[in-house]
Design a protein around this ligand. Structure first.
Ligand code: ADP
Ligand code: AMP
Length: 213
């Protein structure tokens, strides 16, 4: 199964992506995680991406498209993948469609997680992430079992540098301008499914499985 996850920053894409990937046995690819790994490892790509990410702006299309095409051409993606955080612009979505047509492997579903904008800021500012496995928690809404420690791998949780109130506002503006049009893009292609993301994490997961099964 080949899926893209849509939704504004803080909608719960990363939280749900791990569960979807486990259930359907497909690879979870988060472009944000790939860039953060590149920054941690001080690669040339990480150095190019860092300033855009810190300011809450999008990394230029050509860098992201090349990164994703390279990743989904790998052996472990041949039976399916779940893209989280990509595409984020119409140019990225068009490039993905063209690539998928070229290799004869179209998308099965664009799954949109819908959350009202007024809930997103508190979700993002309270987010704590695992720098080791990428798991995402929330200090109030989705706390780890042990304060500050990742449930999945035991690593100390951190706050992302771009998860501040100042940056969030710009990230939401960028989402509304650049990424929200993708909902119509995929609706026109007949592959859009939407779930209500403004419910408990487990209920959202159940709704997603219902939509995908
Ligand atoms: P995204 O990947 O879409 O940016 P995340 O999955 O990282 O979003 O979730 C953003 C924040 O909201 C995290 O702190 C996460 O724990 C929390 N969260 C995720 N799903 C829910 C939910 N259904 N209800 C409340 N908080 C949630
Ligand atoms: P995320 O982890 O999905 O919230 O992404 C964090 C940041 O990485 C974004 O704010 C962008 O700066 C950058 N990024 C991730 N995915 C993309 C993408 N598809 N296009 C452009 N920038 C991206």
């Amino acid at each position: 199964m080949r899926i893209v996850l849509l939704g504004p920053p803080g909608a719960g894409k990363g939280t749900q992506a791990k569960k979807i990937a486990d259930r359907y046995g497909i690879v979870h690819i988060s472009t944000g995680d790939l860039f953060r790994d590149n920054i941690k490892n001080k690669t040339p790509l990480g150095q190019k991406a860092k300033a855009y990410m810190d300011a809450g702006n999008l990394v230029p299309d050509e860098l992201v498209i090349a990164l994703v095409e390279d990743r989904i051409s790998k052996d472990d993606c041949q039976d399916g993948y779940l893209l989280d955080g990509f595409p984020r612009t119409v140019a990225q979505a068009s490039a993905l469609s063209e690539y998928n047509e070229k290799v004869g492997k179209p998308l099965d579903c664009a799954l949109s997680i819908e959350v009202p904008e007024d809930k997103l800021v508190s979700r993002i500012v309270g987010r704590r992430v695992c720098p080791n496995c990428g798991a995402s928690f929330h200090i109030k809404f989705n706390p780890p079992k042990q304060d500050g420690i990742c449930d999945r791998c035991g690593e100390k949780l951190v706050q992302r540098k771009d998860d501040t109130e100042a940056t969030v506002k710009n990230r939401l503006d960028v989402y509304n301008k650049e990424t929200a049009p993708l909902i119509d893009f995929y609706r026109c292609k007949g592959v859009l499914k939407a779930v209500d993301g403004d419910q408990d994490v487990d209920i959202v997961t159940a709704d997603i499985f219902k939509a995908l099964d």
